[in-house]
Design a protein around this ligand. Sequence first.
Ligand SMILES: NC(=O)c1ccc[n+]([C@@H]2O[C@H](COP(=O)([O-])OP(=O)(O)OC[C@H]3O[C@@H](n4cnc5c(N)ncnc54)[C@H](OP(=O)(O)O)[C@@H]3O)[C@@H](O)[C@H]2O)c1
Length: 328
Amino acid sequence: MRAVQITDLSGPDSALKEVDLPEPEPSHPLTPGSGVLIDVHAAGVSFPEVLQTRGQYQIKPDLPFVPGSEVAGFVRSAPEGSGLVEGDRVAGCCLLGAWAEVAVAPDFLTFKLSDELDYAQGSGLVLNYHTAYFSLKQRGRLSEGETVLVHGAAGGVGTATLQVAKGLGARTIAVVSSDDKQRIARQAGADEVVRSDGAWKDEAKELSGGGVDVVIDPVGGDRFTDSLRSLRENGRLVVVGFTGGSIPEVRVNRLLLNNTEIVGAGWGAFVMGKRDVNREIGEAVNRLVDEGFVRPIVGARFPLEQASEALRLIDERGATGKVVLELR
Ligand SMILES: NC(=O)c1ccc[n+]([C@@H]2O[C@H](COP(=O)([O-])OP(=O)(O)OC[C@H]3O[C@@H](n4cnc5c(N)ncnc54)[C@H](OP(=O)(O)O)[C@@H]3O)[C@@H](O)[C@H]2O)c1
């Protein structure tokens, strides 16, 4: 089968190589001896793969390896009791190995894909939308009618968070860095859009009538303290990622003085092996698909052999919505 490997740690321009590999057995490291074998139609591209080409991501497999954690395609074979059968359209999270014509995902991270979504959209579903739901609902304790501020709002996690928040009945304020990203955030359903290079904290406080209830932050970096300042009493700042480059530090007296919280949301670590939690999130996301709230925005599509360009787009902060490799 055709696949792309990370062969060294020299970065997006030179670390990737197109290769011909034997097809994998239906066994996933998280479920040894068992796994859903998937004919890959589309694979997601995300920030962690950029980091993996530099050896900077927390998961550091031995070189060379096939990256790619997100996959959409149809089932070739599935374990008994998984609820999946040959021929089902599915979206899955396989951690590694998605940038290939055939991939294996654990059954507890593989979900039926609605006919409302194409394979490219499906490849942006599990990682981003499950993270969005987990961050907003389970970690951020979002209630209907509350206001959510979303950083990096035109990105993969950002657009997913805007759509899921709307589906949960929240009002949304998007923070973005350019006109193009402003347009994407609106397309994802943002009620308000503010600019990261402007007075976004003051604007957010004004737009929310004194402060937002929840901040979803996949960016981190310098804006963290202002994110805390933008919360109202009982507000929750949910830490999702650090695309801004630095991991923020905070003086915790701010939390005491304003009665606010900082909450971590590590979707992958939380849901691993927890079938009930994954089923609950999968059903909630699929319900939001059925209700029309969830429609992954595919911002760029590349053939497998142009995976380097896909990574560069993300690395240079040019990506909007989901970046996808199309294999068939
Ligand atoms: N916690 C979890 O469970 C979990 C799950 C999935 C992903 N993540 C993490 O969430 C983060 C976002 O992932 P994503 O797929 O949404 O990424 P993405 O599509 O590339 O979007 C990230 C956004 O970050 C903003 N940004 C600010 N400074 C940046 C910089 N120096 N370089 C690049 N982008 C910068 C950009 O928005 P502006 O230009 O508008 O500022 C960009 O749109 C990543 O760190 C990822 O690892 C966490």
